[in-house]
Ligand binder design. Structure first.
Ligand code: EPU
Length: 419
């Protein structure tokens, strides 16, 4: 099991070009399974989750190769409709393939994505939507069987009880090749959904309204190949900014999606960090001690404050002057990083969905274990701000979402090595 050894206390400074978005490329890879023609996905982040997705595609009969920062996916040999259990367990977002496989093959067999990293993650909304589009769904021995009589899904009007990102994506993936029109009410508005739709439109799909609460999809017979540049990763951006805010220093993020990061930037700015944005660049300078955030930081679906940035901002606020309060409204169990931060000297109290972070004068190194992706990144940020050395294990979580994490941090002057 690999670990990061991080010695804190150095200011961070430098420029970095943001990686492509993990949460964008995964549904886009699933979408590449549909129709005919090769998809060339540029700005593809090289992440373990991306390699898991490519194994799923390979198992279905697609060709998926990587070169020069691009993933090239050719679905012409696709004939499978099953996702093996071990691949379902490897990556929770494997559920995203359900809609695409059903859309292409008219049937799909998979298992419930395992684990409880962020608390229970049910797929009831995904399944209810597939049923509305014509799927007959049964389960036995831990496997879920979905079949559409006649092999082709039909359009439907779907009202989501909550704007679930994954359910919205699965419906889009099934609806683009379905018979007739699908309307998703209360759809998720995350920028990654717009990226998926923009990829599908380039391939010939008819989709309107993405980015708003209602998405309308008109099913088409055929989708062609295309080239697409995956959007920058707003959460990786939030992570490197929070890290610099915590450790002190200055950073320029290049290839950043400034407008999409606004809900995060507007909160980070209240810590007293200087932030300037221009086109696709973000400059941040963190000098004096950070200020606590006065208003409660409530995680909400986009355009609210992103749940994926909660942990990394918390690492920075752990050393701020004063108390900040978080309210986690998306996942039931997304404060697992707080034990590690407290072990490093932070003063964080969790009361259900609320976490009270009383800023301390400094953190110290400790032996800690990453329990999930963003929590792991938060621990690394805290370690860079701490005095002394931290041994961070469980870093396979970090490799799921951050490309060349230690190289990026080292380039900024952070002392980190993988052992
Ligand atoms: N939910 C249900 N039933 C469903 C689907 C979702 O109850 O059928 C609940 C979930 O349990 C959760 C809430 O709805 O409490 C939101 O879940 P959502 O479906 O929106 O999230 P997701 O699609 O599973 C994606 C990202 C997450 C990100 C969330 C919220 C990907 C691959 N994952 O997950 O990213 O936190 O949206 O923005 O896109 C991460 O990158 O670290 C990460 C966890």
């Amino acid at each position: 099991m690999q670990k990061f050894i991080i010695t804190g206390g150095s200011r961070l400074s430098g420029e970095l070009t943001l990686q492509g978005s993990k949460n964008s490329i995964l549904p886009i890879m699933a979408a590449a399974l549909l129709g005919e023609g090769r998809s060339v996905l540029r700005n593809c982040p090289m992440l373990t989750d991306v390699f898991s997705a490519s194994r799923i595609l390979g198992g279905l009969g697609c060709r998926c190769t990587f070169s020069d920062g691009a993933a090239v996916i050719d679905p012409c040999g696709a004939s499978g409709s099953e996702i093996p259990e071990e691949l379902m367990r490897e990556m929770r977002s494997s559920i995203m393939f359900m809609g695409a496989i059903l859309g292409r093959m008219g049937e799909c067999t998979f298992s419930v994505p395992g684990g409880c990293e962020l608390g229970p993650r049910p797929i009831d909304m995904h399944l209810a939507a597939m049923r509305k589009m014509g799927a007959d769904i049964s389960d036995s021995g831990g496997r879920i069987y979905c079949r559409i009589a006649g092999g082709r899904a039909h359009g439907a009007k779907i009202n989501l009880p909550f704007p679930s990102v994954g359910a919205t994506e699965n419906i889009i993936l099934c609806a683009v090749c379905a018979d007739g029109e699908t309307i998703i009410n209360n759809a998720a508005r995350e920028p990654e959904i717009c990226d998926l739709c923009s990829f599908l439109r380039k391939r010939g799909a008819e989709i309107k309204g993405d980015g708003g609460g209602t998405i309308v999809i008109c099913g088409t017979e055929k989708l062609r190949g295309c080239e697409h540049i995956v959007m920058p990763d707003r959460i990786a951006g939030a992570t490197y900014l929070s890290m610099t805010a915590a450790a002190g220093g200055e950073i320029i993020l290049k290839n950043a999606c400034v407008a999409e990061m606004e809900p995060f930037l507007s909160v980070l700015e209240q810590t007293g960090c200087r932030i300037y944005t221009a086109e696709n660049r973000i400059y941040l300078r963190s000098g004096a001690r950070l200020r606590a955030i006065r208003e409660r930081i409530r995680t909400m679906p986009h355009p609210g404050f992103p749940t994926d940035a909660q942990a990394v901002l918390m690492a920075a606020l752990a050393v701020a002057d004063g108390a900040s309060v978080f309210e986690e409204n998306i996942f039931d169990c997304r404060y697992r990083h707080t034990d590690a931060l407290n072990k490093m000297g932070a003063d964080i109290e969790v009361l259900g969905k609320v976490a009270v972070v009383r800023g301390v004068a400094g953190l110290h190194g400790a032996d800690i274990n990453a329990t999930d992706l963003r929590g792991g990144a938060a621990m690394a940020a805290a370690a860079l701000a701490a005095e002394g050395t931290t041994c961070l294990s469980g870093i396979s979580h970090i490799d799921r979402g951050y490309e060349k994490f230690e190289e990026t941090v080292s380039c900024l002057g952070g002392k980190i090595r993988r052992v």
